[in-house]
Ligand binder design. Sequence first.
Ligand SMILES: Cc1cc2nc3c(=O)[nH]c(=O)nc-3n(C[C@H](O)[C@H](O)[C@H](O)COP(=O)(O)OP(=O)(O)OC[C@H]3O[C@@H](n4cnc5c(N)ncnc54)[C@H](O)[C@@H]3O)c2cc1C
Length: 402
Amino acid sequence: MGEELERIEPGSFGRFLRFLALGRVQYLTSLDRFVTRNFDHLGQFLTPASVAGIFRARAHRRLYSVASEFFRDERLRAAVTFQTMYLGISPYESPAVYGLLPFSELGVGIWFPEGGLYALPRALERLAREVGVRIAYRTRVKRITFEGQRARGVLLDDGTHLAADLVLCNADLPWTYRNLIDPAVTRLRRAGRLRFTSGGYMLYLGLDRQVPELGHHNVFLGMDYHGSFEDIFRRFRVPADPSFYVAVASRTDPSLAPAGRDGLYVLVPVPRQHPSLEWATVGPTVRARVFARLREEGLDLERHVVTEHVFTPDDWAARFSLEHGSAFGLSHHFFQVGPFRPSNQDPKVRNLFFVGASTQPGTGLPMVMLSAELVVERMRREAAAMGARLAPAPLLAPEAVA
Ligand SMILES: Cc1cc2nc3c(=O)[nH]c(=O)nc-3n(C[C@H](O)[C@H](O)[C@H](O)COP(=O)(O)OP(=O)(O)OC[C@H]3O[C@@H](n4cnc5c(N)ncnc54)[C@H](O)[C@@H]3O)c2cc1C
């Protein structure tokens, strides 16, 4: 790493280490102060210690501008800032605290579940069944039902009503308020002014050969770094030379592809749904650009594709109820994190709860898993207030989760 960095920008390796050291502070401060606790009001968020944490973590500054103090070369600035797109936010707008992302990749490391990411929901399903949870697959909730200011249960598509003392909703929060909840009972504050993350155009490809030139994680950056974010977030168009990510999970876990073959997924950050973007037309052009760029890099893959599935923002919206087809839900601008992000407990209907990317603490699998812990704390408090007798210990001991 040192040799490569010095080749691009002499003197940059020392600065890179200092950048990572800052990322470590940001990572630890976020875990300690911001993402592992429920906030009932602003006063709990803006304690003297937290305000100090905000400055320490540079949460008040933009990541790209902080990275520019460490590196002059545009390529290096891009290499340590594109990670904000894991949260679907531009590094030019992202609070600098998300320097914790490159740190977590390089300083903490990344784990891959054997059997692929899908092994995680399968493991959660097993744990849930062990403690007596009944799971109804392919069953859509049509409405959340209410009696006065209390949630009464959920109405399913087939007309069945499931009564419940507490309702916990995992569908995207802004979508839920707009589609499942009677606004006369409760509504989402600032609904029209909330900002959303980018969309994602995905290609899932099965190839008839292996591509040893690719690692498990591969990032291809476009030429116009700044312009591409302007395109995605302000002009709502697909960049002419898009950056994209290619994952070859079978590189780490060969069981994920037939012998002698590879499975790839390509993720192209694109705008969320917008009236000016017709995905039936735009999609094939994005696909063509991806294969053209791979060809430029010496990878002639298109003719080796034997199976292919495509997901556009329209699919994320239609299949997973993501508002505006926004891949990561609500954005992570300063005024949409911490207590500014919609609460995991409805302010009026106290037995209605939310979990997932668009509530606190935020988007992406690690934070979504934290959101589950946080909401359980809230639900236990509400259940106790309702007079329920609760088991003293949390449902899952930390070592069971680990
Ligand atoms: C293309 C893409 C790439 C990503 N890459 C990464 C990554 O590399 N790392 C990372 O950490 N995060 C990544 N994310 C983000 C991560 O996937 C999400 O933040 C996370 O899955 C959100 O979890 P959730 O529980 O909030 O929602 P979801 O996982 O979307 O679960 C909500 C569920 O509710 C169901 N549902 C919706 N409406 C109803 C209804 N009316 N009735 C019944 N069920 C309903 C949906 O079908 C869905 O199964 C990526 C996201 C996308 C789209």
